[in-house]
Design a protein around this ligand. Structure first.
Ligand SMILES: [Zn+2]
Length: 204
C-alpha cells in the first residue's frame, strides 16, 4: 500500500498525464492501480461504470474531474465542493477479524476518487499544490521540499534559458524596452513629463 504522499502523487500524475498516448496496457495498469488505491482506503465501487469496465473516455472524464478539483484549489484556494456534489455513503463498524473500527465508503468511482483525494489532502499544507511556472507548461504538481518546477525537464529548460541570456544581455534588453515604452508614452501624452520606473525583476 502506498503512503498518503505517494497516493497524492498518483492523483497529481494522473491529472497531468497525456491520455491520448495511453495504450491498452497503460489503461490496464491504471485500472489496477486506481482500484488498489480505492480498496486499500476502504472505498468500494457500488455504481457503474466500474473501474474494470473503464474505457478511455471514462478515464478522460475522471481526469477532467480531478483536474477541475486541483485547478480550483490552486487558483482560488477555495473549497472545491461548491456547486458540485459528490455522493459517497459510509458505514462505520467494528471489524470482524480484529479490534479495529472500519469505515467503508461506497459510491461511484468518480465520487470515491474525489472524496478520497479530499481525505488525502486534508490537513496538509495546500501551498504544496502548485502550478509549474515554466512557460508553456502550467502542469499542477505536488511540491517536494524546495522543488520549483513540475519536473527536471522544466527546471532544466528554465536554467538553460537563463544560461543563454546572461544578466548583461537581459539588462540591455530591459533598458531598450524601457526606452521604447517611454517613447510610446511621450507620443500618447505629448508635453507631459514622464518618468518610467523599472519593474522589479522577480526571481524567475
Ligand atoms: Zn513544468
Amino acid at each position: 500500500m502506498k503512503t498518503a504522499e505517494e497516493q497524492i502523487q498518483f492523483f497529481v500524475d494522473f491529472a497531468s498525464r497525456d491520455l491520448s498516448i495511453a495504450r491498452e496496457g497503460d489503461l490496464l495498469n491504471l485500472r489496477d492501480d486506481l482500484g488498489e488505491l480505492l480498496v486499500g482506503n476502504g472505498f468500494y465501487q457500488l455504481e457503474p461504470p466500474f473501474l474494470r469496465d473503464y474505457q478511455i473516455e471514462d478515464f478522460h472524464n475522471l481526469q477532467e474531474e480531478i483536474r477541475a478539483f486541483f485547478n480550483q484549489l490552486v487558483e482560488s484556494r477555495k473549497p472545491q465542493s461548491q456547486g458540485k456534489q459528490f455522493t459517497v455513503q459510509y458505514n462505520f463498524f467494528p471489524s470482524f477479524i480484529s479490534n479495529h473500527a472500519i469505515i467503508q465508503h461506497t459510491g461511484a468511482v468518480r465520487d470515491l476518487c474525489i472524496v478520497l483525494l479530499g481525505f488525502l489532502l486534508h490537513l496538509r499544507p495546500l501551498d504544496r499544490l502548485q502550478r509549474c511556472p515554466a512557460p508553456t507548461c502550467s502542469k499542477i504538481f505536488w511540491k517536494i521540499k524546495k522543488q520549483r518546477f513540475c519536473s527536471d525537464r522544466c527546471a532544466r529548460r528554465i536554467y538553460m534559458r537563463k544560461y543563454r541570456n546572461p544578466p548583461e544581455v537581459r539588462d540591455k534588453e530591459a533598458e531598450e524596452s524601457k526606452r521604447r515604452y517611454k517613447k510610446r508614452l511621450n507620443k500618447l501624452f505629448p508635453g507631459k513629463k514622464i518618468r518610467v520606473q523599472r519593474r522589479k525583476r522577480t526571481a524567475k
